[in-house]
Every structure is written in C-alpha cells, then in structure tokens.
Design a protein around this ligand. Structure first.
Ligand SMILES: Cc1ncc(COP(=O)(O)O)c(C=O)c1O
Length: 348
C-alpha cells in the first residue's frame, strides 16, 4: 500500500518506448532527434571539463542565461534554464494551477502535458486538432471558463507538426488574461515561429524551449523558459538551485559557440530532405498531416506492415494513433542521404 496521494497512485508512468534503440544499430527516426552526432567542439568541451578536476563541485552556470537571452532576443531576467523542457512544463504547471482547476490541452499531443496536469489533479479539456483545420482555435476559445488556469499551445504540435498562427496565440492570451498560456516552442529552430517578442505585452505567456531537438543534445537534458521577469522570478523559487547539471551547461555553451552546426542541419532537413519525402508521399498518394516541423505523421493503409518493413531494414519510426484511433507512423526527417534510404525502403 503506497502512502502517496490517491490520484497519483492511479496514474501510470510516462514510458516512452526506449528499449533497444541505438544509433549504432538503427537509423533512429522515432523521437524527432537530430540524426547526426553532436559536433566535435561539443564533445571536446565535455571531455575537457571531465578532465579539468572540477567534477566534485556543484554546478555554477556562468553567463549561460545572458547568452540565451541574447540568442532569443529577450532580457536576461526573462530567461530561466531547466533540466530539459519537460522540467519547464512541470514547473510552469505546478506554479500555475491548483487541484480541480481546468487545463485546456488540444490533442492529440505530447504526453508530458497530460502527465503534469494529472499530477496536479487538474480537469483536462481536450479540443481536437484536425488535419483540415489545424489548431482548434475556436474550440479553445469556447472552452475557456472561470475555472481555466492553463492553456497549452504546442507550436508546432507533436505528433502532427501543425503550426499555430501567432494571431491565434495572442487572441487566446488576450481572452484568458488570468490563465497561463504555455507555448511549447520545442522545435523553434525548424519553424522560426515564436511569441518571444511579446513577453512584456502578454505577461500570461510562458514559453518552453530545448536543446534536445535541433541542437542534438537530448542526452544532457537542457531546456529553458522564456516569460516576463515577473513570472521568471517566482518560477526560480520552484526550480532547485542545481537542477541543471554542469555538463549540460558546458555542452550548451560549446553548441552556442558553433551555431553553424545547427543552422546547416536545419537547412538540410527542411530545405532538402522534407520536400524530397513530401514529394515521394504525394506521388504515391500516401496521406499525411501538413507539418511545419522535422517530422511527418503518415497514415498508410498498412501501418503495421510498413513499420515492420522499416524495422527489418534497420529504421525505427514511431507508431501513433489519431483521435479516431486510426494508426499512423510519425517519421522524423533526417539528412538527405538518410531520407533517400528511408524512401528506398518505403518504395520496396
Ligand atoms: C512538443 C515537445 N515538447 C517537449 C518535448 C521534450 O523535450 P525535452 O527533451 O527538452 O524535455 C518534446 C520531446 O519530444 C516534444 O515533442
């Protein structure tokens, strides 16, 4: 018998299917990760730090917040670093909501929002994305009540890749001034879509971002939150002083010194690989959701068969069902060469 809260005892852990995946044995197109190893400067910075004789000390973060502020075009007091954007999502929800509050989380979407909302015992309202209309802005607006405390906008959404127009985000933020509008910009470098420019005008907007995707560093767990200084200050008292580990900061500093690795990768994925895959899918009449990210949610007639053929060829993708229970495959887009390999298997 557990001593923990009844609603938490009833939850299940968020368990992504990580078992058996390795870039050594498979082409990993299942987690929207960068499909190339990190740069040599990042690896060198990590090994140098390990050999520097400082591993026995607590982390100190130096000017990382200032550098991120400059990268994002915001003030330093509008930034807080986190242990991945998952921690940002958790802290924002914990700091915003009380048990019984309503959270509007359009779906289907990334599982952590529900997980964190359920930990806080929130009532979840889930307007549906649609392939035709995209983000359900009218349904979200119509769902706002005086009990709403949180509205989640993943821009772009995962798994469908749907981008949310800035006007829609601002309409929602204006319609619910007392609610936290959590805008997840996890894939920002792919889309260049952001509301970071309006943090002072909209003090209820709180953005999460990460170094897990375009920057290729999910293993070191580094994310950050952007919001008005009046939100960052209280959030800092919810986050622990050492929640972000020193090696993560070392790796991110080195990555920021060489933004060309990220820029070049993004360019190849978005300007070469993605159009190549979309062209092939269109030519073969395969149905997929329009995506503004580095992944495509595909609905073939035979998803299980296609998935098996890909696994047999050493390629992992992610089976994901839509709101009607129809099974699809979410495929991460990698380099041109990797996309050509994917298309070859899909064609056979
Ligand atoms: C929309 C979205 N937000 C957040 C995350 C988590 O990112 P992090 O690794 O920074 O916790 C993911 C990871 O897949 C995601 O797809």
């Amino acid at each position: 018998m557990s001593i923990f809260k009844a609603h938490i005892r009833q939850m299940g852990a968020y368990k992504p299917p990580l078992e058996g995946r390795s870039p050594k044995s498979h082409l990993l197109l299942d987690f929207n990760e960068r499909t190339l190893p990190v740069s040599k400067p990042v690896m060198d910075a990590l090994t140098d730090y390990i050999h520097s004789g400082c591993m026995q000390t607590y982390p100190s973060y130096g000017d990382i917040t200032e550098r991120l502020a400059s990268y994002c075009g915001v003030n330093e007091d509008q930034v807080m670093i986190t242990n991945g954007s998952d921690q940002g999502i958790d802290l924002i929800i914990r700091a915003s909501c009380n048990a019984g509050d309503e959270a509007i989380i359009p779906g289907p979407t990334f599982a952590m929002y529900h997980q964190c909302a359920r930990i806080e015992n929130l009532k979840i309202i889930e307007p549906a994305y649609s392939k035709k209309k995209g983000f359900p802005v009218d349904e979200v607006l119509a769902s706002i009540t005086d009990k709403t405390k949180l509205i989640v906008i993943a821009n772009p959404n995962n798994p469908c890749g749907t981008a949310v127009p800035k006007e829609d985000i601002l309409r929602i933020a204006a319609a619910a001034p007392d609610c936290t509008i959590l805008v997840d910009e996890c894939y920002y470098e792919y889309t260049q879509l952001s509301v970071a420019g309006v943090l002072e005008q909209y003090p209820n907007i709180v953005i999460t971002r990460t170094f897990s995707k375009t920057w290729g560093l999910p293993s070191i767990r580094f994310g950050y939150v952007l919001s008005s200084a009046s939100n960052i200050l209280p959030l800092l008292s919810v986050r622990g002083p050492y929640d972000v580990n020193q090696l993560a900061v070392i790796a991110v500093q080195a990555a920021l010194n060489h933004p060309e690795y990220t820029r070049d990768y993004v360019k190849e994925v978005m300007n070469e690989s993605k159009p190549l895959l979309e062209k092939w899918l269109d030519k073969n009449n395969l149905s997929y959701w329009p995506s503004s990210a580095n992944y495509i949610w595909l609905f073939p007639d035979n998803p299980d068969e296609m998935n098996k053929a890909l696994i047999d060829a050493g390629i992992l993708v992610r089976p994901k069902s839509d709101g009607d229970g129809r099974k699809g495959l979410r495929i991460t887009i990698g380099t041109r060469e990797q996309t050509e390999r994917l298309i070859k298997v899909l064609s056979s």
